[in-house]
Design a protein around this ligand. Sequence first.
Ligand code: SF4
Length: 434
Amino acid sequence: MNKPTIAFETLGCKLNFAETSAIARSISVARRVPFDGPADVYAINTCTVTANAEKKLREMIRQVKRRRPAAKVIAFGCFAQRDAEAVAAIPGVDLVLGLNEKFRMNQHILPLLRGETGGIIEGDDAEQLGFLPAFSSGDRTRSFLKIQDGCDYPCTYCIIPTARGKGRNPALESIVEQARELARQGVKEIILTGVNIGTFKDEHQGKTRNFFDLIRALDAVEGIERYRISSIEPNLLTDEIIHFTLGESRSFLPHFHIPLQSGSNTVLGMMRRRYRRELHWQRVEQIKALRPDAGVGVDVIVGFPGETDELFRETYAFLKELPFTYLHVFPYSDRPGTPASRTKDKVSGAVKKERSRLLRELSARKHALFVQEQLDGVRPVLFENDIREGRIYGWTDNYIRVSVPYAPELPGSIRRVRLLEQTAYGAAGKIIEG
Ligand code: SF4
C-alpha cells in the first residue's frame, strides 16, 4: 500500500532548520514530498520571534488549504510552544505539537490521517526539557549543527526563553560524534547553531568545559574543512576564542556574527543586555586588528520602546564608526509576556520603518566597501547546489556570496576564486586552478 505523503516547511532561524531536517529524517510512516506540491500532511516549523513570523504562518496555512483543502496541517516549533491555543485556533491547523513532542511526530501521522487524533499534544513541560540533537542535511555541503538550546538571559524584548526553555546542551563528546557523522556524509562546512551557543558548558571528570573547549575539539575532527560560529554574544566572545579562530585553528573561518542590538548604552540598559557598547566595539576592533579581511555581522534592533530620536542617533553614529561588514536589522516587535511589551513609549511603525531603512542603507554601503577591498583577491569558496543562469554560488570564508560559471564538478567542492567584479549579492569571480 502506498505511504501517505508529508511536506515540511520552516519559519525562523538556523536552529529551526536543523530541527525540521532532523524530524523529517525520523519519519518512516510517510514519504517526504516538496512543500509547494500536493501532500496528505503539511508540517510547519513555526517561529515567534516577531509578530511578522506569526503572520507568515497564517498566510502559509491559508495557501496550503486553498491548494489542498483535504490535507492535514501539523504546526510545531516556537510559536506552537509559546501559545499552543492560539496556533490551534488558526483555521486549517489540525495538530499542534509541543517542544519535545515534535520529535515524536512519526507516531502521530497515521492517527491524524485516520481522524483519531488532533488538537494540542504538548508532551514534556518546558522546565524538564532534555536536549534533543539535530542537524540539517539538505544539500550535503553545509550543515546547521544544533549544539545548544534555550536561554537563561533576561533580555526584556525576547520571547525565546519562554518558547525554548532554560539554557542546555549535550556533552561535548556527543557533538564531536555528530560532526564525525557529518564528515562521513561528505559535509564540508558545519555552522554551529543554537540559541545562546557561547553559554555551552559541560562537566567532565570534575572539569568544566566551555565553548572554547568545544571548538578546539571540533577543529580536530577530520573531514570537516570549515566551521562557522552562527552567532555569539559579545560578552561570551572571549579573547581565546578570537585568537584561536583567527590564529591556530585549522578550520574555523574568519567570520563572526555578534549581536549588538543597540549602539546606545541607555537602550542596552533598558534591554537588560549583559554588556555595553564599548565591549562590542573592543571585540570587533580586536578581530579586525588580527584579520582586516574577516567578515563581521551585527544584529541591531530599531524602535525599542523608549528609543528616542536622540538615542537612535547614538546607535547610528556608533555603527557608522564600527568596522562591521553587514547588519541584520530588526524592527522591534512587541512579544506578549515580555517585560518590554509592558513598557510605555512605544515607537511608531513609520519611525521604525525609517530607522530600519537608514541602517540597511548604512549596511549596504559598508558591505560594498568590504567587497571592493577584496576585489582581485583570492578566497576559498564552498560551492553549493545553488545554480542559476549558468552560474554556481557559494560563500567565501569571510562570508561574501560569490558566483562563477557553472561546471558539473563544482557542487560541494571548495575552490580558490579570484573576486573580479562587485555584484548586488556580493561578487562574481573565476576559479584559480592549483
Ligand atoms: S540572549 Fe537574550 S536575545 Fe538572545 S535568546 Fe537569550 S534572551 Fe533572547
